[in-house]
Design a protein around this ligand. Structure first.
Ligand code: ADP
Ligand code: MG
Length: 622
């Protein structure tokens, strides 16, 4: 007897439903994408409870003719693809023609639809994919689809649904991702009659981001743009100080489609290297526009993963664009004399001519400014693309400095010529790039107080010095000068740590440490980097063990950076220490030059209080 059956279309649909429709959130994604494809300008998404009992998506798109509505729910029914040649050039969100069939197979559906040019619309009701009713009806132009009792006929799937709360939040997230990808479409989301979000649909990514992600996140975002052959990148990335505990706020869109991509994630995060604590993650909303032929969206049933043909090019584009944005990130401090208000361009042109890169101030930033400033900000040079007008946004840099940093190949610092290079990073600061300033003193032996024009700058001396040390040591390609300890320090370590230290012995030596095994449970530290206090030797080696142990340093470069973090921190002047006037001046100049913005862990090194902030504080102005 034959053992091979051809599955009935109904069973095939139920199986396909398993791939496309995992939970209520997947229904929402598919229906909203259909509405986008239908050219809708306004979409309303409504759920009750967690969405399993009730989902409704209404759009004002092109609608369907009665005969099309009749077949829309059949498997492989699509108006978006005619033959295999079309697949290369696909621009719509859907094209596989299986979403409606898959959803219909496991639910009760009601549809009303009307094309704007028709006088009458169509009403349809389906149960488990079978049409129960179909008749003409009067209805608004566009399409409304109501999905009830999802998985009513597949109890096993129903059982896998989580609580209403978590299904509802997955629904919100799914709709939000769709909405964020299409700033030109207004999306409203209602849960149990209550509005969860509303995007204005004015076509401006900044207002979309603001509406959907909220003020707090939006105000930490910096514009980011770039272009390369066949590629266009735009969007926003968060300032390192606004790092988050997870990757939940990383949104990548390719041709308007939300995607998950290890490639993009890693390009993004590598650009933040050494400005962020391990375990902290940047936020972003990145839009990539790629010629349809250069990206395959058909590698995953829900199309949330894609395959790029030019991975390296895309990686570099994003990596460089983010780095560029972070380098320019700041609020500009200049002495008032240097500012000519008339020189502030009305619509800022790119400040730094660099092929393929441009940054402009967005409406979003204007809004942030206007929230704080009744009149335009008084400092100039804002064209560099970053106007962090918020006393929590704490960086500054002169326009000249930005140019200085970018004109030669950026990224890798120059190789210092000789040992004297130790102090070079300081002396090299172009005097003209440091604004006139007055060091007023130091508060709590921790914060340097500096007056710059009508701004009061507070500098965390330890954080700033730590960053200076780190950059200097990182730029030294060779052996870091070691100091022999007069009294070698013995330290108990676990056999595991001993192994880790031995595995990295040559790296440690290169960085100025001499650490030798001492029996099975101890090491003896004979030398440490010259900048460190001998009394910190044991603590430093313990910290290094911890970092190596945590698997935070998988490759040699990462291990080197992690160890340098420790050394930079240990070699830095500490809060509570007395600091000489020369040292203060050195730190202040570095920070004001814009070179030093974040400590190697991503904490800001400085904060600014403007005269306006102070005047407000003392109610001189309201
Ligand atoms: P796909 O989107 O892959 O084409 P679907 O099963 O999602 O497949 O939809 C089938 C067809 O039904 C679509 O190709 C489209 O012609 C039509 N359709 C679905 N939703 C809408 C809508 N909201 N407005 C107009 N037409 C729609
Ligand atoms: Mg579809």
């Amino acid at each position: 007897m034959a053992v091979i059956n051809i599955l009935s279309p109904h069973v095939a649909d139920m199986i396909a439903a398993g791939e496309v429709v995992e939970r209520p959130a997947s229904v929402i994604k598919e229906l909203v994408e259909n509405a986008f494809d239908a050219g809708a300008k306004n979409i309303t998404v409504e759920i009750r409870d967690g969405g399993a009992t009730f989902i409704r998506v209404i759009d004002d798109g092109c609608g369907m003719a009665p005969e099309d509505a009749g077949i829309a729910f059949l498997r492989h029914a699509t108006s978006k693809l005619h033959d295999e040649r079309g697949l290369e050039a696909i621009k719509t969100m859907g094209f596989r023609g299986e979403a409606l069939a898959a959803i219909a197979a496991v639910s009760h559906i009601e549809l009303t639809t009307r094309r704007p040019e028709d006088t009458e619309g169509t009403y349809m009701a389906l149960t488990a994919g079978e049409i129960r009713e179909m008749e003409p009806v009067g209805c608004p132009a566009g399409t409304g689809i109501t999905v009830r009792d999802l998985f009513f006929n597949t109890p096993a799937r129903l059982k896998f649904l989580k609580s209403d709360r978590s299904e509802a939040s997955a629904c919100i997230q799914a709709a939000l991702r769709c909405a964020l990808g299409r700033p030109e479409v207004s999306v409203r989301f209602l849960r149990d009659g209550k509005e969860e979000f509303f995007s204005p649909g004015d076509g401006l990514p900044e207002s979309c981001v603001y509406a959907l992600l909220g003020r707090d996140l939006a105000s930490s975002l910096l514009p980011c743009r770039s272009e390369d052959e066949g590629l266009r990148l735009s969007g926003f990335v968060s300032s390192p100080a606004a790092a988050r505990g997870n990757r939940g706020a990383q949104y990548f869109f390719v041709n308007g489609r939300f995607i998950k991509s290890a490639l993009l994630q890693s390009a993004l995060e590598q650009a933040y290297k050494n400005t962020m604590l391990t375990g902290r993650f940047p936020a972003c909303v990145i839009y990539l526009d790629i010629q349809p032929g250069a990206v395959d969206v058909n590698v995953h049933p829900a199309k949330t993963e894609v395959k790029f043909s030019a991975e390296r090019q895309i990686f570099n584009l994003l990596y460089q664009a983010v780095q560029y944005t972070l380098q320019g990130e700041d609020r500009v401090i200049t002495s008032p004399a240097a500012i000519e208000p008339s020189s502030v361009p009305a619509s800022p042109e790119p400040a730094v001519p660099k092929p393929g890169f441009y940054q402009t101030k967005t409406a979003f930033e204007f809004r942030r400014e206007s929230e704080r400033h009744a009149s335009p900000p008084s400092y100039g040079h804002t064209a560099a693309g970053s106007v962090a007008v918020n006393s929590r946004d704490v960086l500054y840099q002169t326009g000249e400095q930005l140019r200085l940093e970018l004109s030669p190949a950026p990224a890798e610092p120059a190789v210092p010529a000789e040992e004297t290079a130790v102090e070079n990073s300081v002396q090299n600061v172009d005097a003209s790039s440091v604004p006139d300033h007055k060091i007023l003193g130091e508060a709590m032996k921790t914060y340097l107080l500096v007056e710059v024009g009508d701004q009061l700058v507070l500098i965390d001396k330890h954080a700033a010095h730590e960053r200076m040390n780190f950059d200097r040591m990182k730029a030294q390609p060779r052996q870091i000068t070691a100091q022999e300890l007069l009294a070698p320090v013995t330290l108990r370590v676990s056999p595991e740590d001993l192994g880790l230290l031995q595995a990295r012995a040559s790296l440690l030596e290169e960085l100025g440490f001499s650490v030798e095994p001492f029996g099975e449970n101890a090491v003896v530290v004979r030398a440490v980097p010259a900048d460190m206090l001998p009394s910190d030797a044991a603590a430093a080696v313990e910290e290094i063990c911890e970092k190596l142990r945590g698997g935070r340093a998988p490759d040699p470069q990462a291990a080197r950076d992690e160890i340098l973090h420790t050394v930079a921190c240990k070699a830095a002047i500490k809060a509570g220490w007395d600091t000489s006037p020369e040292e203060r001046e050195r730190i202040v100049r570095e920070v004001l030059s814009g070179r030093v913005k974040y400590c190697p862990h991503g904490r800001p090194v400085s904060a600014v209080l403007t005269r306006r902030d102070l005047d407000k504080m003392f109610k001189r102005i309201v």
